[in-house]
Write a protein that binds this ligand. Sequence first.
Ligand code: NI
Length: 177
Amino acid sequence: MAIMALLPIITAPDPRLKRKSKPVAKVDGRVRKLMADMLETMYDSNGIGLSAPQVGILERVVVVDCAREGEKPQPIKLANPEIVWESDETVVCSEGCLSLPEQYADVERPAAVRLRYLDEQNEIRELDAKGLLATCIQHEIDHLDGVLFVDHISALKRGIILRKLSKTKRLKSPVPA
Ligand code: NI
């Protein structure tokens, strides 16, 4: 039995959230452990998705679970996810992010996507997603390219959110600098 661990989630502004993550060469024991730890960390924070860069690891690994409250968990673990098709139809969804705590904004994205990825056994798979799952997966894949949900909204709204976060971070800093 693997022992899981909670990972520290990094928050904006942090330069690591703006970097492009590297593909994993192979889904091996190390990557499986990372996926398990990320899932545990995501559940612990009441998130529906988490990407490796959000725990400071610049590798293309994502976990999501969009099951509703009361439903049985539907964890999905993705390595090197790639969107291979997206619908012309779009939807607007109010998005938040564990790396931008307590900030929300309406983001427009394709309503449905198909992705190709490596699963936990290092097998190539495809997945069709729509609704909340499609939005969540696109949000997480964005993280792998250093893109945050606020990068999809106006510079004005983005500025307001990022200034708020900088301020909160300064107030929380244990050592005044
Ligand atoms: Ni996020």
